[in-house]
Design a protein around this ligand. Structure first.
Ligand code: PLP
Length: 422
């Protein structure tokens, strides 16, 4: 699939007059079209709800767009719960509810989550006791399942749950529901996250089958009927041009088919399907825009940018591929091989290694694709680098700043007890 930027060079030249590079920019039109399609894909399920994974793109302005489409939020920490609360998500504000999927959870986070009426997703059997002694057991709860072993789709290994820290074993899971039922829980859910960034329409249906079969067994052996099944995150995006993007309509239909095959005959046709997608909801609709400020010719050819791994960590951290378009040179041949770098004192600070691109001139703007999820969010301050601004390209073509760039004073704010920085 050809990867096309959602802004032109001319637009960026206008934008930088107000907001200098580097910055993250998001495409409101793309976000809205995608969430609409997502809802349509699961509209066969009466209770369907997407709980957007806040950690992917924790910007209130973007979360508010999803809120218009009846999304809830999935939080993983105190700060995310606080943001959800301030944005008006809560149990009483359905459809805009809160899931709280966390692990190694501090007591105060359970207490706050329960106060907000969030659905607590228990990561471990021992958390039942912990929760009871801290926040108390709520009437509605979710349990996280880890089936262990390798997670395969036909013969392809997708991921290795047996090596993941999340969730409960099957034995623990069944025991957990028994104990929770005895403790007065009235509404139950089941959750699992077995593979990340899957680029196949079969992930959700395969995962759904595993969870639906557990639901049937739970009904038979423990006598509880789940009210929701949470397929969590993991539906990926096509970072590489040669990949074929997921088709959410086909994914929704795939889950529908398994639902009709497994849950409906077992009398569980009322189960609501929940999702907690992050990457799929925002990834393609955000980009990091940076300017080429240096070129260097040593044993290799380097282009030095004004952004660095602090703005987008995925290439440095996972060797992840992010497509790069040199704005204004979309139709020029990719006949130059570059390492595209930031300025950190770290040799892994490279957005691309040995990448074939058009000839880059100093001052060119690079559009680094698919940075809308787990992009800005994974930023950090190494080398005293400051967080960039986030901008929203609105549907009418105007640009709105949705987070200002950090300043040196922000960076030093936690030294505000020291006279020298006052
Ligand atoms: C990270 C995470 C998500 C979102 O994952 P994506 O890959 O962005 O879809 C959802 N649920 C939980 C529990 C997570 O940890």
């Amino acid at each position: 699939m050809e990867k096309k930027p959602f802004v032109t060079k001319e637009q960026i030249e206008e934008i930088v007059k107000t907001y200098p590079t580097p910055f993250h920019i998001y495409d409101e039109k793309g976000i809205r079209e995608n969430v609409k399609k997502m809802r349509e894909a699961f509209s066969w399920n009466k209770g369907f709800r997407e709980y957007f994974a806040v950690k992917a793109t924790p910007n209130p302005f973007l979360i508010n767009i999803l809120k218009e489409y009846d999304c809830g939020v999935d939080c993983s920490s105190m700060t995310e719960l606080y943001m959800a609360d301030k944005l008006g998500f809560s149990a009483d504000k359905m459809p805009n509810g809160i899931m709280f999927s966390s692990n190694a959870t501090p007591a105060e986070e359970f207490i706050y989550a329960k106060k907000l009426g969030a659905i607590i997703n228990l990561d471990d059997f021992t958390h039942i006791d912990f929760l009871e002694k801290t926040a108390g057991i709520p009437e509605r709860i979710c349990c996280r399942f880890n089936p262990g072993g390798m997670f395969k789709i036909s013969t392809t290994i997708m991921d290795n749950p047996g090596d993941a820290k999340y969730g409960m074993t099957k034995e623990q899971l069944f025991e957990a529901y028994k104990v929770l039922k005895e403790k007065g829980v009235k509404e139950f859910g089941l959750h699992a996250f077995l593979a990340s960034n899957t680029v196949t329409n079969d992930y959700y249906p395969t995962l759904a089958k595993v969870l639906f079969e557990v639901a049937v067994e739970l009904k038979e052996k423990v006598g509880i009927s789940l009210s929701f099944i949470n397929l969590s995150g993991g539906v990926g995006i096509a970072y590489r041009p040669e990949q074929e993007a997921n088709d959410i309509m086909a994914i929704g239909e795939g889950v529908h088919k398994v639902f009709d095959e497994v849950l409906v005959p077992a009398g569980l046709g009322d189960v609501a399907i929940y999702t907690e997608l992050g990457r799929f909801m925002m990834g393609p609709y955000g980009a990091l825009v940076t300017k080429a400020v240096h070129e260097k010719h040593i044993y290799k050819e380097y282009i030095g940018c004004d952004a660095c791994a602090c703005n987008l960590m995925r290439p440095a951290m996972y060797g992840a591929y992010h497509h790069i378009t040199v704005l204004g040179k979309e139709n020029e041949p990719c006949d130059h091989k570059y390492d595209v770098t930031g300025s950190l004192c770290e040799n892994n600070d490279k957005f691309a290694i040995d990448r074939m691109l058009p000839k880059i001139d100093i001052g060119d703007y690079l559009f680094i694709h698919d940075a809308g999820a787990h992009g800005f969010a994974m930023g950090y301050n190494y080398n005293g680098k400051l967080w960039s601004a986030e901008l929203l390209l609105k549907e009418d073509g105007s640009v709105k700043m949705i987070r200002r760039a950090e300043t040196i004073q922000d960076y030093l704010a936690t030294f505000d007890f020291c006279d020298i920085f006052k």
